[in-house]
Design a protein around this ligand. Structure first.
Ligand SMILES: NC(=O)c1ccc[n+]([C@@H]2O[C@H](COP(=O)([O-])OP(=O)(O)OC[C@H]3O[C@@H](n4cnc5c(N)ncnc54)[C@H](O)[C@@H]3O)[C@@H](O)[C@H]2O)c1
Length: 447
């Protein structure tokens, strides 16, 4: 079976590589010539643990190739996975122009039956538009070639994408024909040898499942952030509250961490898009509107705490930031809380020094040299007036506290991910501000 993957971003490249890993013949297509050149030369244009080795092995085995021209490979292809971006439009709806462009290209060039599978996250009703776009081109050509469309939303997490794809909890496939069902089953059988299910649904429900899953996860995060703020106000500790409720099997312990808000390429845009679909269909999704506004508020929380600590005057302060990516193990900075914080800090007259194990290039690409980039944590906090922990990379879990207290102008940590130990902070005389519990201020000192 010959498979084409359109779009070599986090989803497309991982999908193509993993499908070739189990033996399929895969060609990955992208309009970005630079990306394709990098891939053809054996490089990897994104940071994703384990991806580069897997890419190299499958290129060497001759199962994985790259091109900028979908037209040149379509005649031979049995299944096309469309994994192009669906960024938010100005009104919050998903921009489907890339998805529909792929459908038009397929319709213009296909020679035999194929299945066009949408892997991008798209609103309910998109499959119908995709089908219409293909049919329109076939009609224009005056040919009658059968084809199927399918919806196959992706649930991988950046940072653990290979594991998620190779050993998924579940695979969701929306189809409306037995032929598409059988082809998709054949493709995914090698990934569910662990017994996890391939859930076949109608196409509309598959499209809905992806948004509902992301909206639920975003809701859990915003809910805990709201609770965290109340915990601080009443003297409770949100980490203890999380353990207490997470042990309830009806609730479970995942996605209950308080922090500085969700970011990334999915949750923010998917929550927006679902709210928009609700509006279009006369359903006001009020919970999600609150989820969004809580998240916006949370992104600036560390800045507000810092400003209060310095009695409203941050002019000239040197602020150390650990972490830039929206979460650990990725270089992705789309909607990263770090960007909001940097903007607020610079406007308040601060000098920002930052370090991230992999996202510095991406940050520089976005904001240039408006901040100082450092080579490690120790260099970052030297001479700083405060340290903000923004992304919980493993290497930030233990800092050299002796060096920190000696080299910072003021030993104060604002912990946006609750990773430090209160007792340790107290022992080292560090002023410590976590999320969702009271600050630690050494005895005989006050704010
Ligand atoms: N990133 C994630 O963690 C994740 C997880 C699940 C689902 N998704 C969804 O998957 C989709 C892709 O996400 P991503 O993060 O991989 O996006 P991305 O922006 O990293 O990659 C998209 C790629 O598509 C390419 N492209 C655009 N139009 C094209 C065309 N006509 N032909 C060929 N290539 C084209 C772009 O050049 C780009 O390389 C989105 O809908 C997203 O919501 C993303």
């Amino acid at each position: 079976m010959k498979i084409a993957i359109v779009g070599t971003g986090y989803v497309g490249l991982v999908t193509g590589t993993c499908l070739s890993e189990v033996g399929f013949d895969v060609v990955c297509v992208d309009i970005n010539e630079q990306k394709i050149k990098t891939l053809q030369n054996g490089g990897c244009p994104i940071y994703e643990p384990g991806l580069e080795d897997l890419l190299r092995n499958n290129i060497r085995a001759g199962r994985l190739t790259f091109t900028t021209s979908l037209e040149s490979v379509i005649a031979d292809t049995d299944v096309v996975f469309s994994a192009v971006g669906t960024p938010p439009d100005e009104d919050g709806s998903a921009d489907l122009s890339y998805v529909l462009e792929v459908a038009h290209t397929v319709g213009r060039t296909m020679q035999k039956h194929l299945v066009l599978v949408t892997k991008s996250t798209v609103p309910v009703g998109t499959a119908r538009k995709v089908r219409e776009a293909v049919q329109e081109e076939l009609d224009r050509r005056g040919v009658d070639i059968p084809f199927d469309v399918a919806s196959n939303p992706e649930f991988l997490k950046e940072g653990d994408a290979i594991g998620d794809f190779m050993r998924p909890d579940r695979i969701v496939v929306g189809v409306d024909s037995q032929r598409a069902h059988d082809i998709m089953e054949r493709i995914y059988k090698p990934f569910v040898l662990n017994g996890h299910p391939i859930i076949f649904t109608d196409i509309c429900s598959a499209e809905m499942i992806k948004y509902t899953a992301n909206a639920m996860l975003a809701t859990r995060i915003s809910f805990m952030n709201d609770i965290a703020n109340l915990c601080e106000a009443v003297g409770a500790d949100v980490s203890m509250v999380r353990r207490g409720i997470g042990a309830d099997s009806r609730i479970g312990s995942k996605f209950l961490y308080a922090g500085i808000g969700y970011g990334g390429s999915c949750f923010p845009k998917d929550v927006k898009a679902l709210i928009h679909t609700g509006e279009e269909n006369g359903c006001s999704l009020d919970i999600l509107k609150s989820v969004e506004s809580i998240n916006e508020r949370q992104k600036s929380l560390l800045f507000r705490k810092l400003k209060e600590y310095y009695h409203g005057d941050l002019q000239g302060k040197v602020i150390a930031m650990l972490g830039l990516a929206f979460k650990p193990n990725t270089d992705d900075m789309r909607e990263a809380p770090a960007l909001v914080l940097i903007d607020l800090l610079l406007k308040a007259g601060c000098h920002v020094r930052a370090y991230d194990p992999v996202a510095i290039c991406e940050c520089r690409r976005r904001i240039g040299d408006s901040i100082t980039y450092c080579n490690n944590a120790t260099e970052t906090f030297a001479d700083a007036d405060a340290l903000l922990l923004v992304t919980e990379w493993s290497e930030f879990r233990v800092l050299d506290y002796d060096k920190l207290t000696q080299s910072m102008k003021q030993a104060v940590i604002f912990d946006g991910r609750n990773i430090y130990n209160r007792e340790e902070m107290r022992q080292h005389g560090i002023h410590y501000f976590p999320i969702g519990s009271s600050p630690v201020i050494p005895k005989n000192q006050s704010l």
